[in-house]
Design a protein around this ligand. Structure first.
Ligand SMILES: C[S@@+](CC[C@H](N)C(=O)[O-])C[C@H]1O[C@@H](n2cnc3c(N)ncnc32)[C@H](O)[C@@H]1O
Ligand code: SF4
Length: 437
């Protein structure tokens, strides 16, 4: 069923952090500088590196990420040079010097937008700055139409273990309508190249509820995705944050507002996809991801982040976390590059978290896996989850969203399908109802 989208449908539902980003502020940037200036204790958490590659061939009408579609090759070069400098700057900080990387995530935007030569040049500087000898995972996001056979080989050669391909849908009319740059032909063209070089793991992304979606077309997308035989599949429910082309259209001209499926239909499509994937030999690994049984697919970046790992954020607008301090880089291209070219960090806002905030953060993020392990929380935080969050778990149980006892806390299938909307129950009162970003 489709509905005319209204203002109440807009905004972020997907929860990726806590406390909400709107609480982070420039006054707390010195807290991060303090952390960077001190050597870490004897057993620092695992360390990761996120790189934001903000270039795309075209801006998708639903996309809320910081991306540019108008940068020429000289500007791309300048950006990649800034990114390498930023990594070198981190490597010189007492908190990070000499620490090996455990995971690397090339996100975007579209990391596969850059050329094999640019990628190799960047990685040489990254490996000079930080040891990769203990890296468990190197993840790399790709848009199908940007791949060539030589590029896929370069991605493999630099050490990528998890390649993630943004399929989104397997119907060309829907891809076009939603502003995607790629076609299904390009998906079929790149899959053999990807298979040939044998990545440890190939993930594909789908979105349930793109504009123009129907039950018949979605069934076909799900089947075609199974036929591609990926190691894992991630299904997002379509969101319409305020900075998307669609949201602006909905706010600007109600008569011409696009018709989107209801949240219930998006959830039904998500549930249907997970059922079909289960029948095809996949098992859920979180609310959004299924993995093929027996292939050992993991997602180190997700699991490390949801267990409080340190992660340096590099690139315009990217988010990071070091020793309990959250931070975000500036979202301005000029400010970002000028800061790095002058030898300083381009950080805009930060938040030093309290122990309670760190407990809530891990609880809600790990709940997105579908279950919580009370022993982990006992060992790490010295708390009993059911005592700490009695009212929130009580409500989940009453609403049939979870089953709770002292050994396991498990979301029901319907809880898992709407997990993000359940998480604010766990927030401190001051963080409820505030803007998320
Ligand atoms: C950075 S993109 C992946 C790489 C590449 N840029 C691409 O799109 O092919 C990350 C993923 O976020 C998801 N995404 C983007 N905007 C979304 C939205 N408004 N609602 C739900 N998922 C969205 C898409 O599935 C997309 O593959
Ligand atoms: S969804 Fe991916 S390809 Fe589309 S604009 Fe966003 S980052 Fe770029």
């Amino acid at each position: 069923m489709t509905e005319r989208a209204t203002e109440s449908d807009l905004g972020n539902v997907f929860v990726s952090n806590y406390p909400p980003y709107s609480r982070w502020n420039p006054d707390q940037v010195p807290a991060l500088q303090e952390v960077l200036g001190e050597a870490p204790g004897p057993n620092p958490p695992d360390l990761g590196l996120y790189l934001h590659i903000p270039f795309c061939r075209k801006r998708c009408k639903f996309c809320y990420f910081r991306v540019y579609t108008d940068k020429n090759s000289k500007e791309v070069e300048r950006y990649l040079n800034g990114l390498a400098r930023e990594i070198e700057l981190y490597a010189a900080q007492p908190a990070l010097a000499g620490r090996p990387l455990h995971f690397v995530y090339f996100g975007g935007g579209t990391p596969s937008f850059i050329s094999p030569k640019q990628l190799r040049g960047l990685v040489v500087r990254m490996k000079d700055a930080f040891s990769w000898s203990e890296v468990d995972e190197v993840a790399f996001e790709c848009e199908p139409g940007t791949l060539t056979e030589a590029k896929v080989r370069a991605i493999k050669d630099i050490g990528v273990t998890r390649l993630s391909l943004g399929l989104e849908n397997m119907n060309d009319a829907i891809l076009r309508e939603n502003g995607r740059a790629h076609t299904t032909k390009e998906i079929h063209r790149c899959m053999p190249w990807i298979r040939d070089v044998n990545f440890h793991q190939v993930n594909v992304d789908l979105i349930a509820g793109m504009l123009g979606e129907t039950w018949d077309l979605w069934r076909d997308t799900v089947q075609q995705t199974i036929d591609l035989d990926p190691d894992s599949i991630t299904v997002y429910q379509m969101e319409l944050p305020y900075n998307t082309v669609y949201a602006k259209k909905i706010l600007g001209d109600e008569d011409d507002a696009p018709l989107f499926s209801s949240w219930q239909t998006r959830r039904d499509w998500h549930a249907y996809a997970f059922e079909q994937f289960a029948a095809a030999g996949f098992e859920p690994s979180s609310a959004y991801t299924v993995k093929k049984k027996g292939r050992g697919a993991r997602f180190v970046y997700r699991d490390a982040l949801w267990r409080g790992a340190d992660m340096m954020a590099t690139g315009v607008s990217s988010f990071g976390h070091l020793q309990g301090v959250h931070y975000q880089n500036t979202s301005s291209w000029d400010v970002y590059l000028e800061a790095l070219e002058a030898g300083s960090f381009p950080i805009d806002r930060a938040l030093a978290t309290s122990p309670r905030e760190r407990l809530i953060r891990e609880t809600i993020l790990q709940l997105k896996l579908g279950h919580l392990d009370p022993v982990y929380f006992r060992d790490k935080f010295g708390v009993e989850l059911t005592d700490e969050f009695g009212p929130a778990f009580g409500k989940l149980e009453r609403d049939s969203m979870a089953t709770v006892d002292s050994d396991t806390i498990r979301l029901t299938p319907q809880g898992l399908l709407q997990v993000d909307s359940l998480l604010p129950e766990f927030y401190e009162p001051a963080n409820r109802g505030v803007a998320y970003v």
